[in-house]
Design a protein around this ligand. Sequence first.
Ligand SMILES: NC(=O)c1ccc[n+]([C@@H]2O[C@H](COP(=O)([O-])OP(=O)(O)OC[C@H]3O[C@@H](n4cnc5c(N)ncnc54)[C@H](OP(=O)(O)O)[C@@H]3O)[C@@H](O)[C@H]2O)c1
Length: 332
Amino acid sequence: MGRRRTDLARLVTYAAAAFPGIGICSGPHESSTASSVIVFGLASAHLRQPTRVPIPEDDKGAHLIGQNRSSDEVQLDKARNLPTSNSTSRLTTTKMAQEYVWLITGANRGIGLEMVKQLLQSPSNVVVAASRNPAKATELQELAEKANGKLHLVVLDVTDKESINKAAKEVAGFLGGKGIDYLINNAGVVLGGEDTAFSLDVDVLTKTFVTNVAGPAYVTQAFIGFVEKSEKKTVVNISSTMGSIGSDFGAIGASYAISKAALNMLTYKEAKEKPDITVISMCPGWLQTDMGGPNASHPVSVGVEGVLKTILSLKSENSGQFFNFQGQHVPW
Ligand SMILES: NC(=O)c1ccc[n+]([C@@H]2O[C@H](COP(=O)([O-])OP(=O)(O)OC[C@H]3O[C@@H](n4cnc5c(N)ncnc54)[C@H](OP(=O)(O)O)[C@@H]3O)[C@@H](O)[C@H]2O)c1
């Protein structure tokens, strides 16, 4: 285990040194179980000129209120022409009348939970937090108590069709005819650790696919009616640059990487089939969660803030594309 960590650390250091100035989008992820260690991806900046999602002046971070941000981060946003905390607060106030509904899978911890927290900072957002076991999701329950009806907790296991269908019925009940503006397929697993094409266990590959590919496919099928009747009509598949051939992350993390590459194709197919909705793949960055591990390059709050800014800035022409949390295109 120690040697494995050292090897991965060396690889990340190599990537950062080889491509100075790039954002490392996802890095060696260690799950809480000793056997599963993985994976990393890199933003595409070394492969092509970064292309950011254009952020319209009147829509910059409209549903976000700034986090506790360092002056460096604020300066960075200014440099990128992104909103700072003060400007987002002002914009939030002016947009209060408009409500947007978000549904997030895997919302009980990690990136999903952080999305819920950040979205609830604006009264513009209604959030449906889906998780396998909301009864044990104490942080979600605490948030729901203070959310004045803006946070709904539903049971949803992305590997279980019955659970997904039941959740869709429940959501129809409390949304009362409203749509879902943003469907975020966030739930995901890393089961294969550092496996490779020639060492992977096909049962592990299959299980990884069931959660990371079939799960988002079926959740989107079940909820597409809600998305289609919303204003924003947006589906976000949380992927990873590990699933990007163009980012070239070598041999390891095969089961996870293959599943995320397949998820990216699902994004493309969904976008092609339904041009009236906006579907993207999104790499949230290498973030400090149970999956990303404590040594990940960014706190979860930073990655999620970037993810939300990018989502809020999407245009219909971005459908079928792959972005990272810095709003840059990731190559397939
Ligand atoms: N963290 C990173 O550095 C990073 C980098 C690139 C991409 N990503 C992607 O970002 C997403 C979230 O990652 P994370 O870092 O937040 O991971 P995490 O901390 O391990 O959390 C995973 C979440 O997915 C949920 N989940 C797993 N299987 C599920 C199922 N069958 N049904 C419903 N929920 C399920 C978990 O719920 P339980 O608590 O019930 O297990 C948990 O809420 C994943 O898709 C991951 O691949 C993460």
